[in-house]
Design a protein around this ligand. Structure first.
Ligand SMILES: NC(=O)c1ccc[n+]([C@@H]2O[C@H](COP(=O)([O-])OP(=O)(O)OC[C@H]3O[C@@H](n4cnc5c(N)ncnc54)[C@H](O)[C@@H]3O)[C@@H](O)[C@H]2O)c1
Ligand SMILES: N[C@H](C(=O)O)[C@H](O)COP(=O)(O)O
Length: 342
């Protein structure tokens, strides 16, 4: 149960991406954006170098999670990593992997250790981490692994993209499109939808959330003429969910479920693969949508965008989605605190 006074732990992400500069920009916007206190887990030399590169005048103080809230008022609180980072914007380097992973590990340890209210992550690029031996598809799966290590219980992570007008969940995440039909099972859809329904109710305060379940194939299979998965895998999953009392319906043709009138009929769209969920979420609200991991014993949010290597170090990166992620993390942490106190 997070304490209302605890700061948020922000991991720096890939130092060659835009993470360092959006963290600096978010801190600079703390008053105008009404941001809650956070501290940045990073190599202080990297943050100093990025601020200088961008000509940003920013006070920074190396500190601890406990002292971060008082520091936050006048300086960007940095909790230093043991690993050093190379400042090479736009040029990802597997040598930075140790610091990227240490920042995530420490944010989770701080959160589960009662030193931080929630974990917020700046973007990581997957390929340089894979090249350095990292064996998880992304944060989502790695955070579930860390949760299991800390608690001893298995955690099934669910990716939610939350924007002002649309929430979406991909059932399958970082796998090749050609693998999706093989990976899609009724059990996976049911498990994903259950966690989504539970967390939307308990963490987001949506009583009996309405889950619109997308089909996989064009026109949700057109009665089996355009693929069998919609009738043989997705529909039985929906029937099981309804039998459990979850307000799930579909399978809906994915091309007509994201326009404004259709969106008014549900609280979350459960989608069958990554782009089916993330394209509408990012098309509608690239600067505002937040990536939230459901199903974990702690709160984790992240901006919806990636490392943006093409603009890193150029002063073009917008901090808006990170600001939305910090605010949402605070809101979710506070509602958990209130629920536990009630
Ligand atoms: N949460 C995460 O860790 C996360 C999320 C998405 C992608 N990624 C990773 O990021 C890497 C790059 O992915 P991508 O190129 O597909 O997506 P991207 O989001 O990094 O970039 C897509 C486009 O959006 C622009 N953009 C992104 N963030 C911006 C910002 N804050 N302000 C202004 N413009 C911005 C970029 O310049 C680029 O033109 C990949 O390795 C991917 O795996 C990580
Ligand atoms: N698919 C996510 C997106 O595009 O926003 C992203 O790669 C982040 O995944 P993790 O949070 O698992 O790193």
């Amino acid at each position: 149960m997070p304490d209302e006074k605890l700061p948020l732990a922000l991991s720096v992400g890939d130092p060659s991406g835009v993470g360092p500069e959006i963290a600096i920009a978010a801190w600079q916007a703390r008053d105008s954006a009404g941001l809650p206190p956070f501290y940045l887990l990073a190599d202080p030399a990297l943050i100093d170098a990025r601020a200088r590169r961008l000509g940003a005048s920013v006070a920074m103080v190396e500190t601890t999670p406990a002292k971060a809230p008082e520091v936050f008022v006048h300086a960007l609180p940095i909790v230093p990593l043991a690993a050093r980072s190379i400042d090479s914007p736009g040029q990802p380097d597997p040598a930075n992997a140790a610091g990227i992973i240490e920042a995530i590990d420490r944010a989770v340890a701080d959160c589960l250790g009662g030193r931080a209210a929630a974990v917020v992550t700046c973007p990581i690029a997957k390929k340089p981490l894979y090249d350095a031996g990292f064996r998880f598809p992304g944060h989502t799966e790695y955070l579930a692994h860390l949760a299991s290590l800390h608690t001893g219980a298995d955690a099934m992570p669910v990716m939610l993209l939350a924007g002002p007008e649309l929430r979406t969940v991909p059932v399958t995440i970082h796998i090749a499109l050609s693998e999706v039909p093989k990976a899609l099972t009724s059990d996976l859809i049911v498990a994903t939808a259950r966690i989504t329904a539970t967390d939307l109710e308990h963490r987001f305060g949506i009583a009996r959330p309405r889950l619109a379940i997308a089909g996989l194939n064009p026109h949700a299979g057109e009665g089996g003429a355009m693929g069998a998965e919609d009738e043989h895998i997705i529909r039985p999953a929906i029937e099981r969910l309804r039998a459990e009392g979850i307000d799930a319906f579909g399978p809906l043709p994915a091309d007509t479920m994201f326009h404004a009138r259709a969106r008014a009929g549900y609280d979350v769209a459960i989608c069958m693969y990554h782009d089916q969920a993330l394209i509408p979420a990012k098309a509608l609200a690239f600067d505002e949508a937040v990536n939230v991991t459901l199903g974990l014993p702690f709160i984790r949010t992240s901006p919806d965008h990636g490392t943006a290597f093409d603009i890193a170090g150029k002063g073009l990166a917008r901090p808006d989605s990170l600001i939305a992620a910090l605010k949402l993390a605070r809101r979710l942490a506070d509602s958990e605190t209130k629920a536990a106190a009630a």
